[in-house]
Write a protein of this length. Structure first.
Length: 271
C-alpha cells in the first residue's frame, strides 16, 4: 500500500483528496492545522494528525509520525493547504502579505525539504503542489494569494528541473474555480488586515462585499472531486505531466496568457 501525506484536509480539496485516494487503495495521512479537525477526520476513518505550515515543530512531528507508521517510507506528498486575504494590493499591510507567504510558500517549502531525503533513500517519490489558475495570471483583489501561487509555480519549476536526475517527480495542479471553503475562510483575514473603509477604493469594496460574504454562482465551478481525479493521475501515472490544469477557466487563461499582449490580457482580467 502506497502512502501519501496530504495537508489542509479540514474541508474542500484536501478532504476530498483524502477520501478519494483512500478509496483507490492509498494509505492516507490526512493532516489538518487544528486538532479538532484531525479528530473529525479520525471519526471518518482516516489517519489524521496535526500539521500547521506556520509551526516548524508540527512539520517535523508530522513527518516523523507518518514515517513511524509506515516503517520509514513515504511515497507521496500533496501540498494542498493554503489561505487567502482578499483586498487591493495598495491596502495590503506588510504583516498580511508576510502571513500569506509564510503559510502558502515558506511552509510548503519547509515541509517539502523534510520529505525529500526520505524519498531519496527509498528511491521513489511524488511531490504534488496545489497551485491555481492564479499561479500564472493575476486577478484583482487577490494580490497576496496570487503572489504566493506565482512563487509556488517558480519554486516548483526549479525543483522539478533539479530533481530530474532523481526518481522523484514534482508536479503542479492548477485548478480554477472549485467548490471549497476558501472564500469563507478568508473573511477573518480580510477583517483583520484590510481597512477597507479607510481605503481610496472604499466604494469599490462596498460593491464587492456581498460576493465575499454571501458568495455567488459560478457556472464554471467544479466539485473538489475534479481535483482529486487529476491528483490521482499525477500520483499514479508512470509518466506524469508537469502540470494538470483543472476547469475551463484554468485552461482558457493559460491560452490567453500565451496569445494576448499584456495590455489586452489586463483588460480581459479587469472586466
Amino acid at each position: 500500500m502506497k502512502s501519501v501525506l496530504i495537508t489542509g484536509c479540514s474541508s474542500g480539496i484536501g478532504l476530498d483528496a483524502a477520501h478519494g485516494l483512500k478509496a483507490r487503495g492509498w494509505r492516507v495521512f490526512a493532516t489538518c492545522r487544528k486538532e479538532e479537525d484531525c479528530e473529525a477526520r479520525r471519526v471518518e476513518g482516516l489517519e489524521s494528525f496535526r500539521l500547521d505550515y506556520d509551526d516548524p515543530d508540527s512539520l517535523a512531528s508530522a513527518v516523523e509520525e507518518a514515517t513511524r507508521r509506515t516503517g520509514g517510507t513515504l511515497d507521496a506528498l500533496y501540498n494542498n493547504g493554503a489561505f487567502a486575504c482578499p483586498g487591493a494590493v495598495e491596502d495590503l499591510p506588510r504583516e498580511a502579505l508576510r502571513a500569506v507567504l509564510e503559510t502558502n510558500i515558506v511552509g510548503v517549502h519547509d515541509l517539502t525539504r523534510r520529505v525529500i531525503p526520505i524519498m531519496r533513500r527509498q528511491g521513489y517519490g511524488r511531490i504534488v503542489n496545489c497551485s491555481s489558475v492564479l499561479g500564472f495570471v493575476g486577478y484583482p483583489w487577490r494580490g497576496a494569494y496570487v503572489a504566493s501561487k506565482f512563487a509556488m509555480e517558480g519554486l516548483t519549476d526549479v525543483l522539478r528541473i533539479e530533481m530530474a536526475d532523481t526518481p522523484i517527480r514534482v508536479i503542479l495542479l492548477e485548478p480554477g474555480p472549485i467548490a471549497s471553503r476558501i472564500r469563507e475562510n478568508s473573511i477573518p483575514h480580510f477583517e483583520r488586515w484590510i481597512d477597507w473603509r479607510g481605503s481610496a477604493r472604499a466604494d469599490q469594496y462596498r460593491s464587492l462585499l456581498g460576493r465575499l460574504y454571501e458568495g455567488g454562482e459560478d457556472r464554471w465551478q467544479l466539485p473538489a472531486s475534479a481535483v482529486t481525479a487529476q491528483l490521482a493521475l499525477a500520483l499514479e501515472s508512470p509518466s506524469p505531466r508537469a502540470r494538470y490544469r483543472i476547469t475551463v477557466p484554468s485552461r482558457t487563461a493559460w491560452i490567453l496568457r500565451r496569445l494576448l499582449p499584456t495590455r489586452m490580457l489586463d483588460r480581459v482580467l479587469r472586466n
